[in-house]
Structures are given as structure tokens and as C-alpha cells.
Design a protein around this ligand. Structure first.
Ligand SMILES: C[S@@+](CC[C@H](N)C(=O)[O-])C[C@H]1O[C@@H](n2cnc3c(N)ncnc32)[C@H](O)[C@@H]1O
Length: 256
């Protein structure tokens, strides 16, 4: 999925919602970062996390935000304009323009699951991470990403179409093995699962419904069906039987 124009805008709005905020809080609590550290955020998007990390590492530290999307990096540049200790890297995760063992910590949020050759990107992150440094990743268990309230068959068709939006539907289940093979230790998983029962602008459901609808159209689902799906979700909300569940998993690991 390309995170430019409308998709990028909806993704950034979802990141600004309450679930995005609580996800960043969980990452900041799990990532051991001290003043003076160098920290990399792979797939930094609009730079929401970079802003916090820049404050954590202080003037003597440095934060790098990597993303292949020029649109996302433009937003990150604006968001981090007041920080002199942030550098944005316009590239993919398998080609990080940083020296070996130069980062004290690396983080990535909802990005690795979009990368087809995720092993190459994990190996590249490991090259850049210092021995003893921590990697904290958040990826979603997409099999458990689900809207409720629409007709079951139609709902299933929209969700089936959305599966094409990312390469790895259940990456958190595979990460412990991949990280162990790369020599990581102390691997632990934390559930960041949440539920929305409303569709207001403070919920990720509000933006993700729009994003999924646009994606389903691109996958060939006819417009009338997508419109009906959204109308059924709206009706379900009005009748108090709407739901949206998402199951992000935070994986933390120490490089051996
Ligand atoms: C769902 S967004 C998450 C953005 C940000 N981490 C956040 O939580 O708001 C996924 C991001 O991964 C980026 N991305 C996609 N493929 C990538 C790759 N191969 N290497 C690095 N980043 C990638 C996209 O451009 C996008 O900004």
C-alpha cells in the first residue's frame, strides 16, 4: 500500500487518534532511551513518535526517521520543525544510510508488515543497532482487525479485499523466531488490543473505515456495495451495535 495523498492523510489522522497516542505511550515506556542516545524510527510516517523521541534524547542525542514516502516525510518535517536533533532519511528499511552499530535503540510502528522481504529489513536494522541495544516493534495481527455491525457476507468481502493491503497478516507471531535467529535475547510481547464502539473522529475506526472503503474500491469491489457497507456500519452505530477491534502487538527485543 502506498502511503501518499489520501491514504497517507487518513493514516496520519488515525495515528493522531486516541489509539495512536496510547500506542506511542506504550512504545516510549518499552524503549530504553536516555539523553544523548541515537534512535531510529523505521517507517516514521508523519513523525508523531519522532517528536517525543527528540525530547527524550535531548540536544546531545539524535533521532532518525526513515520512510520511503516523500509525502509522509514532508509531514514529519513540519511536525519536527522545532527540533534540531531530528534527521529524516528518505529510503526503504533494507537500505539504511547509517553506520554499523550506530543506534542505541530502534523502533518501528505498523511498518514491517508492509515489507515483502521483511527478513532483509530486520537484518539491516540489526546491522545499525548496537549490541545490547533494544528493538521495539508494533505490528498488527490483521486477522483480528475487524469491523462489526454490517451484513456478515458483505463485511467478509470488504475484509477479504483489505487483506491485499499488506504482505504479512500475522507478523507478531513470526517475529520472535526471526529475532532469535538474528541473535536477539529477552524477547517479550505485549498486547495493545483495543475496541471501538463508536465511529467519532477520535477513534481510529472513523479513519480506517474510510481507508478500507477506498482500498476495497481499488480491489474491484463495486461502489454500491462499499456504500452499503458504510451505511450498515452507520446504522449499527445508531442502534448501539457497532464495533471495531484491532490487535496491535508490541515486540521488544535486545540485540545480543
Ligand atoms: C501505517 S504507516 C505507519 C507510520 C508511523 N509509523 C505511524 O505509526 O504513524 C506505515 C509507514 O511505513 C512506510 N513504509 C512502507 N514501506 C516501507 C519500507 N519498505 N521501508 C520503510 N518504511 C516503509 C510507509 O511509507 C508509511 O509511512
Amino acid at each position: 500500500m502506498e502511503f501518499s495523498s489520501d491514504i497517507g492523510r487518513l493514516q496520519r489522522r488515525a495515528a493522531s487518534s486516541m489509539a495512536g497516542m496510547s500506542r506511542r505511550q506504550a512504545i516510549l515506556e518499552a524503549l530504553p532511551v536516555s539523553k544523548g542516545d541515537h534512535v531510529l524510527d523505521i517507517g516514521c510516517g508523519g513523525g508523531h513518535l519522532l517528536d517525543h523521541l527528540a525530547k527524550d534524547v535531548g540536544d546531545d542525542g539524535h533521532v532518525f526517521g526513515l520512510d520511503p514516502s516523500a509525502d509522509q516525510l514532508a509531514e514529519a518535517k513540519t511536525r519536527c520543525a522545532e527540533h534540531d536533533n531530528v534527521t529524516l532519511l528518505h529510503s526503504f528499511a533494507d537500505a539504511i544510510d547509517l553506520p554499523d552499530a550506530s543506534c542505541h535503540a530502534i523502533t518501528s510502528t505498523q511498518t514491517l508488515e508492509y515489507i515483502e522481504d521483511v527478513d532483509a529489513s530486520l537484518a539491516e536494522a540489526t546491522r545499525v543497532l548496537m549490541p545490547g541495544g533494544w528493538l521495539v516493534n508494533v505490528s498488527i495481527l490483521w486477522d483480528h482487525f475487524c469491523f462489526y455491525g454490517a451484513d456478515a457476507d458483505l463485511n467478509a468481502r470488504i475484509h477479504d479485499a483489505f487483506r491485499a493491503h499488506c504482505h504479512h497478516q500475522m507478523l507478531p507471531m513470526e517475529l520472535p523466531g526471526k529475532l532469535t535467529a538474528l541473535g536477539y535475547r529477552h524477547i517479550r510481547d505485549t498486547s495493545l488490543a483495543f475496541v471501538n464502539t463508536r465511529r467519532n473522529a477520535n477513534t481510529p475506526a472513523f479513519y480506517l473505515e474510510q481507508l478500507m472503503a477506498g482500498f476495497a474500491l481499488g480491489q474491484g469491489v463495486v461502489e454500491a456495495d462499499v456504500t452499503t457497507w458504510r451505511e450498515q456500519l452507520a446504522a449499527a452505530e445508531a442502534e448501539g451495535r457497532f464495533g471495531f477491534t484491532s490487535f496491535p502487538v508490541l515486540t521488544a527485543a535486545c540485540r545480543g
